[in-house]
Design a protein around this ligand. Sequence first.
Ligand code: MG
Length: 378
Amino acid sequence: MSQKIAVLGSTGSIGRQSLEVIAACGMEAVALAANSSAERMEAQARQFRPRIAALADERAAADLRVRLADTDTRVLSGLEGVLEAAAFPGADTAIAALVGMAGLRPALTAVREGKRVCLANKEALVCAGPLVLEEAKDYGAKIYPVDSEHSALFQCLEANRDRGEVKRLILTCSGGPFYGKKREELEHITVEDALKHPNWSMGAKITVDSATLMNKGLEVIEAMHLYRMPVEKIAVAIHRESIIHSLVEYCDNAMLAQLGAPDMRLPIQYALTWPKRTPGPSAPLDLWNCGPLTFGAPDLTAFPCLALALEAAKTGGTAGAILNGANEAAVAQFLAGRIGFLDIPAKVERALARVKAVQEPTMQDILDADAAAREAAG
Ligand code: MG
């Protein structure tokens, strides 16, 4: 029986690549959900013939309903529609690829249905990691990482028998488009500059996060929760080539690394097929021609977002939600042309200073922290 999948965030970069993997591996996309891209969703629904297609935006959903009137796909709308796609009983697997804190509820909904959850939405873990993982345990859901670094760590940790033998998790970081620049050179960065990533093709929000290195900071917190490691045992190495996707260092000083071409379809596929490996659409790595591999330390002065994230990781509790909420608000303002590139870390820093972190938070504490952080960054 083929795997039946709900793709949440199907029209975004991860969602589209997920559908490529699903098509290439003979799996079925039985439910699709996204925010507002009716035209793209129509094309996906015609190709994959899902049972339901949901758009969060009501007007876009009305448009989609007209577009798909001649098909058997049921069109749903609003957050309720997205949550229904997440809970769809006909799917055994959900790919949680909605961007930002907005993806938390759909991801949790899939978790509460006890599905295999392939998690691409890092913000959900950054804001509510312990709660999401606890619910996964309670409801018998299994969470598999889609983020390339976390997939690499997951693969390197498969060699591990005793977590006490792990000395460090090492996340690699391309350095983003402004690698090597000094802080003062970053003052006049435009939206257009920030949206040019050297190795990965991604959505706008994560591309800006990659340029500020906030993405790596969020990934450190994501790894801390996923692999239950203190932040002191997680390091970041700049690796410009994006060939090694992350490493695990063991107590005997052995280091295991996972290598591959920078192609998200591989970690997406492994989250879907684990514990099996199957041939798939991702590009092979040409080891003989991929050039020398380089490593270095991140520049925390030029890229204070990473330092702020490490600080929030140490604080714990709702600090992750404060960091993330302020960053989401600041990045939206930057993309709208209302603030400069260096205002992003400034606003995040202000929110972390103004909003007090609560330890062992409830979901309400997390939502409150998110709202207060967005206001402080406004
Ligand atoms: Mg990543």
